[in-house]
Design a protein around this ligand. Structure first.
Ligand code: NAI
Length: 720
């Protein structure tokens, strides 16, 4: 490896008569730097003066290096820099290392002990660096080190003066790294721990022996080399080990539920756990980002509150991240096996078609911890883990199909609580976003046992219902035995409910043995349907719906019966050993026709009601292009009839252009899918677009916020 050299560079090392500074000076001198060995030569507490530096200069020279001694105090830093300029004509590197200790417990700390420590450490570094700054700027080159301490970062008994000064040096380096950036001046901080006269009575003797300053010197030398580009870093090093320290801010939280709520001491207490939750904490590099970050979060809070107001329910937001390992583990949990070659693409991350099973994404909408159901229960009724059951599940892919790793933001909210007599059913929607784009949505029916009878509705227009399977015998049947370990394996994908593994809990809950997760059985069935009708291609799937009818015991055999109907595969799953139907009324919708009795293609459509609307919009946009451009978006409308897209319209408002078909250049920012009839009702104001969206009549993918901007424009221009 090439040696990192310092030929032609001039380095000033303060406090280099002994300890760490000496090790830095010797190393830099041995690599070609001309070194100013500064040391006041005082005692450990700063008292007195002597010529420590001479011995270090001699050692450098003896080894063929170039060095001069300087005996000034760092408090007069300009004199030290002058020594460099007088002797060598330049300065490139400054290592602020000089230091003393005046330890006292806080109450005994005198003004003098406080002031002297601030003077040597903080003011000394300020003076010396300021004296060199002019030269650094002129030559557009400088490498500066500040020396901090773990006592500053973590605090240390008896060192208030020293801790304050040492953390002050980090602040000094932070700002200088910004001010020096455009002049190629890099300012970094070392946090050393080494054997020296400062630590001889602090470190245990065997540690003292091992903690050689020579082990830290290469770290500091690297950080002052011309090849070192970072600035503002805090690097801790000892015993031949180095690490970086930086501040992390929690994601934080608004201190209220809605923007209009007041902030009170009580609301602060309520939100405190979120204030201090560091799980999604991040480092912020620049002060400006603090504000940008905050503004973005408050905007998001506003937007989310508006969405809640539109539906009259409070949503719960959470994030969900997954990777290739999660996909493979899930696939094993739902019966994928290397024994079946078609399953390999769900199990092996290097497979050229490696992909997620569509049902995997149901997990992102589960939000087991979401308090939405308990909060939405009517007065006198309650829901908790002891009385809820997963009744039905729906998932629909809105935009594309997610990749093999990613992070989602999930919004979960209750859309309705149904009264089924003895029990209640909470219908819980989740919308799953990636980079603010709605990627897919899920709906769960949560059965709340024994909590009905409150006079609520029995059905809901917002529920996606199961569909009875056709009366004829199934078009295809696939059988697969689950393993005894199926539930033990499936639970590792996140549902750790002991009912699925702990025999005692299972018995208390009234089962002979732990039962398989309903979602695991559903995963089996969905795999069977995908392989049969979707060419085993997850991208072919649009949506899936199922009801969990009865439990399955691990080890039982699942028999999936399927019927093809147009683009829909109906299915149900039985347990072979008992004949019981365990998944009922289920279906998987595909993007394409899969055959069967409903496979006739959509009739060609000619005149649509919405043609007139688009003609009107075209006219308005051409009359007032500036207003259209103000929206600054490209919208694609898929107009459907009987569930089939029959016409597409592009509103390219960036260019004030409206035409039939897909965008001619680039991609639509927002895609809206709506039936011809519903679009007319929305445009004429008969249905509110928000309601149409909630009811699934208007499907929006891409930038939803942009669609809201379009709303008023569309209405005002569409007076039919
Ligand atoms: P050291 O006492 O061997 O070296 C410090 C040197 O600075 C001494 O040679 C001293 O004469 C010189 N000095 C003191 N006041 C000065 C002044 N006003 N002007 C010029 N020179 C002056 O101690 P060590 O351990 O090598 O310390 C070096 C630096 O590392 C100090 O800033 C110290 O606070 C810091 N540090 C050391 C740690 C350790 O474990 N040794 C831990 C954390 C920080």
């Amino acid at each position: 490896m090439d040696q990192l050299r310092f030929d032609g560079r001039v380095a000033v090392v303060t406090g280099a008569g002994g300890g760490l500074g000496k090790a830095y000076a010797l190393l830099l001198g041995s690599r070609g730097a001309k070194v100013v060995v500064n040391d006041l030569g005082g005692a450990r507490d700063g008292a007195g003066k002597s010529n420590f530096a001479d011995a270090v200069v001699k050692e450098i020279k003896d080894k063929g290096g170039v060095a001069v001694a300087d005996y000034n105090s760092v408090v007069e830093g300009e004199k030290i820099i002058k020594t460099a300029l007088d002797n060598f004509g330049r300065i490139d590197i400054l290592i602020n290392n000089a230091g003393i200790l005046r330890d006292k417990s806080f109450q005994k700390m005198s003004d003098q002990d406080w002031d002297l420590i601030q003077a040597v450490h903080l003011k000394g570094a300020f003076k010396t660096t300021q004296a060199a700054w002019e030269t650094f700027k002129k030559q557009k080159y400088g490498r500066v080190i500040m020396t901090s301490s773990n006592a500053g970062i973590f605090g240390n008994f008896g060192q208030v003066n020293y801790s304050a000064a040492k953390l002050g040096l980090v602040g000094l380096a932070n700002t200088l790294s910004i001010e020096g950036a455009k002049y190629n001046i890099k300012v970094n901080t070392i946090v050393p721990t080494a054997a020296s006269r400062l630590t001889e009575d602090i470190l245990p003797p065997d540690m003292f022996e091992a903690m050689k300053p020579e082990l830290i010197a290469p770290v500091v030398a690297y950080m002052v080399h011309e090849s070192f580009e970072a600035s503002g870093e805090v690097i801790d090093s000892t015993l031949g080990y180095a690490s970086k320290t930086h501040f992390i801010r929690s994601n934080g939280t608004p201190l209220k539920h809605k923007p209009s709520d007041p902030v009170t001491i009580e609301s602060v207490r309520e939100f405190w756990p979120k204030v201090v939750d560091m799980r999604n904490g991040k480092h912020i590099d620049r002060i400006a980002e603090v504000t940008v970050d905050l503004v973005e979060k408050l905007q998001e809070f506003d937007e989310r509150s508006k969405q809640d107001a539109a539906i009259g329910r409070e949503s719960y937001w959470s994030s969900y991240s997954y990777n290739a390992k999660d996909l493979a583990l899930y696939a094993l949990g739902v019966g994928a096996s290397v024994a079946n070659p078609g399953d390999l693409k769900f199990l092996y991350e290097s497979h050229d078609q490696f992909a997620a099973l569509p049902t995997f994404f149901v997990l992102a909408g589960m939000c087991m911890e979401a308090p939405v159901v308990p909060k939405a229960m009517p007065p006198g009724k309650h829901a908790d883990f002891s009385n809820i059951l997963h009744g039905e599940q729906y998932i629909e892919f809105v935009e594309g199909f997610p990749g093999t790793e990613g992070v989602f933001e999930t919004r979960t909210y209750v859309v309705d609580i149904l009264d089924k007599g003895s029990s209640a059913i909470a219908i819980v929607n989740s919308e799953i976003y990636q980079d603010k784009r709605l990627i897919f949505r899920t709906q769960q029916h949560i059965f709340v046992v024994g909590q009905g009878g409150f006079g609520g509705p029995r059905g809901s227009g917002k529920a996606v219902d199961v569909q009875a399977v056709p009366k004829r015998s199934p078009d295809a049947v696939v059988e697969q035995q689950t393993s005894k370990d199926q539930a033990a394996l499936y639970r590792l994908s996140g549902d750790l409910n002991p009912l699925h593994i702990d025999p005692n809990v299972a018995q208390i809950s009234g089962y002979k043995q732990p039962i398989l997760h309903g979602l695991s059985s559903l995963g089996f069935a969905a795999r069977h349907v995908l392989a049969k009708y979707g060419n085993n291609d997850p991208l072919s799937v649009k949506a899936l719906k199922a009801r969990f009818a009865k439990p399955v015991e691990p080890g039982q055999t699942l028999v999936t019966e399927m019927w093809a109907e147009g683009s829909r595969a109906h299915f149900q799953t039985r347990v072979k050993e008992t004949g019981n139907i365990v998944i009922a009324g289920a279906y998987m919708d595909f993007k394409n026709n899969i055959g069967g009795s409903g496979a006739s293609p959509a009739p060609a459509s000619t005149g649509l009601k919405s043609d007139g609307l688009f003609a009107k919009i075209t006219e308005e946009v051409s009359k007032n292009p500036a207003k259209a451009k103000g929206v600054n978006g490209v919208f694609l409308y898929n107009i459907t009839e009987n569930g089939k897209t029959v016409k597409k319209w592009t509103l390219d408002l960036k260019n004030a252009n409206v035409y039939e078909g897909e965008p001619k250049a680039g991609k639509a920012d927002t895609t809206m899918t709506v039936s011809d009839t519903d679009l007319i009702e929305i445009a004429s104001g008969t249905i509110n677009p928000q309601v149409a969206f909630m009811k699934g009549k208007l499907k929006i993918s891409g930038n939803i916020m942009l669609a809201q901007k379009l709303g008023p424009l569309l209405k005002s221009e569409a007076k039919l």
